[in-house]
Design a protein around this ligand. Structure first.
Ligand SMILES: [Zn+2]
Length: 286
């Protein structure tokens, strides 16, 4: 979940490639105060895509050293960033299959999802390092998790407070950690089921979480959507902007009001609420 950065758009041949992932994604505050009117015409078009070196140089790294693409998704190193870049260039543009709101990430062996057993114990800690903000984050995580859990009985996010004092990716008592960041370029960022163990954390800027204009519960629910394997809805061609790549499979018809759709990417909902089609989509795979 990112704000304040302008999308970087490139045009390849006849297909417009909107690369929220190239040079970082966007998610301005709900008020638009930081991002302005993104999403419609506020993008830069180029005839030639950037070289990998140019792309890498403009890609934001968070304070753990991970590369942030698509606004709030983390890649661990330069090799992974290269693969991401190559896929982006090879895709050449949005999939034009008119395919039939939620889209699931595609890993090497198909859908990037947890097994039923794994989904039933998605354990996490919330770092004590949040200090005075910890209670807010704990509550937002619990309520955000509850939104998904209410739709699919397979899914159970489990907070383990006994791990909060040592809440890092290195703590094997929990699947993932929720840690504070002072990085102000995003509100929060997450990971996918196929991410490496050392990538499995949700980083949250606590100041941004409470001041973005969006409900912290919806923000955390969006991030938890990624941890369940769901991609940004606005990568679908129907959005007409903010294309990321084609490594996804649609679960429902396009939903401009999805919780996974950035509002400023031609979204029809400005509050990141969970939609009816989000409920349909998660039920299909969990
Ligand atoms: Zn996101």
């Amino acid at each position: 979940m990112q704000h304040s950065r302008r999308p970087f758009q490139i045009t390849l041949a006849a297909a417009a490639v909107v690369a929220a992932g190239l040079g970082g994604g966007v998610l301005p505050t709900a008020s638009g105060a930081e991002g302005g009117a993104e999403g419609s015409g506020g993008t830069v078009k180029q005839e030639n895509p950037p070289s990998f070196e140019e792309f890498a140089a403009t890609t934001h790294r968070d304070d753990k050293g991970l590369y942030i693409v698509n606004g709030d998704e983390a890649l661990s190193d330069r090799a992974e960033l290269r693969r991401y870049y190559d896929r982006m260039i090879a895709d050449g543009g949005p999939a034009q299959d008119g395919s039939t709101s939620l889209v699931v990430n595609q890993g090497p062996s198909g859908d990037d999802l947890w097994t039923a057993a794994e989904a039933g114990n998605l354990s996490y800690c919330v770092s004590d390092a949040f200090g005075a903000d910890k209670a807010t984050v704990v509550d937002a995580m619990a309520s955000g998790a509850g939104i998904w859990e209410a739709e699919a009985s397979t899914i159970d996010f489990v907070h383990d407070p006994s791990a909060d004092a040592d809440c890092t990716t290195g703590n094997d008592d929990v699947l993932f950690s929720v840690e504070p960041t002072s990085d102000t370029s995003f509100i929060a960022r997450a990971f996918f089921p196929s991410s490496s163990d050392y990538e499995m954390n949700v980083l949250v800027n606590p100041d941004s979480l409470v001041s973005s204009g969006w409900d912290p519960v919806n923000i955390m629910a969006h991030e938890l959507g990624h941890t369940l394997g769901f991609r940004h809805e606005h990568t679908r061609p129907e959005s007409g902007t903010c294309f990321e790549d084609s490594n996804w499979r649609p679960l429902t018809p396009y939903d401009s009001a999805s919780i996974m759709h950035y509002p400023q990417c031609n979204g029809s909902s400005d509050d990141l609420t969970f939609s009816a089609l989000d409920a349909e989509g998660v039920k299909e795979v969990y």
